[in-house]
Design a protein around this ligand. Structure first.
Ligand code: ADP
Ligand code: 5GP
Length: 200
């Protein structure tokens, strides 16, 4: 059976990174797609682990060379999903997880309608602000920019297949795992490949 292309989005500070990290530690068949970005690494971030940190010139070269499945400008920096290995992995039956913004996700949805599109929500906007401030990663300017974008981004969440509230990390991870179990049982995914005895 072909692997699942799993796309997770949500406003900055919702907890995507935290939730995805736990999900990946629990599901060894799911591979994280490392994005490229022109933003500066945060403390503790490692090139080639959280992101490929590249210059704007290099990012433009990657675009020209057709290396991205999608890319977008988010909060003043460029972010893109490298194409490498995604198709290969899906064909091998491995799942691929993209943690990308709403513009990128809608672009991928047009290209890959059989993906699983999950929108992560904060319990409230006040809690969202506390989480970004608590992370201590943003300048006042960047914090303002991210909070201003959040309301519009959350509205785009309506275009996704699933909405998961990140109240506690454990609950959010359990809900995403349940979504993935259900997606693998979809008749459309199994019947096409005649994986179910009854359809042969
Ligand atoms: P994102 O990747 O969506 O920008 P992060 O995963 O970096 O968000 O999380 C933002 C901050 O919120 C981090 O400091 C993280 O530890 C905290 N956080 C994430 N999920 C929760 C949660 N369910 N409850 C409380 N704090 C959380
Ligand atoms: P951060 O700077 O907080 O790591 O990420 C900022 C935003 O960029 C988040 O919404 C994150 O999901 C998004 N993002 C990360 N990688 C990509 C990518 O490859 N493509 C797109 N479109 N957005 C991305």
């Amino acid at each position: 059976m072909r692997g699942l292309l799993i796309v997770v989005s949500g406003a900055s500070g919702t907890g995507k990174g935290t939730v995805c990290k736990k999900l990946l530690s629990e599901l060894p068949n799911v591979h994280y797609s490392i994005s490229a970005t022109t933003r500066q690494p945060r403390q503790g971030e490692v090139d080639g682990r959280e992101y490929y940190f590249i210059s704007e010139d290099e990012f433009k070269r990657w675009i020209a060379d057709g290396k991205f499945l999608e890319y977008a400008e988010v909060y003043g920096n460029f972010y893109g999903t490298p194409l490498t290995k995604i198709e290969e992995r899906l064909n091998r039956g491995e799942d691929v997880l993209l943690e990308i913004d709403v513009q990128g996700a809608l672009n991928v949805k047009r290209k890959c309608p059989d993906g699983v599109y999950i929108f992560l929500l904060p319990p409230s906007l006040d809690e969202l602000k506390c989480r970004i401030e608590g992370r201590g990663s943003e300048t006042p300017d960047s914090l303002k920019r991210r909070l201003q974008a959040a309301v519009a981004e959350i509205q785009i969440g309506r275009e996704y297949d699933y909405a998961v509230v990140n109240d506690t990390v454990d609950k959010a991870v359990a809900q995403i795992e349940a979504i993935l179990v259900a997606e693998r049982c979809r008749v459309a995914r199994s019947a096409d490949k005649s994986n179910l005895e009854v359809f042969k």
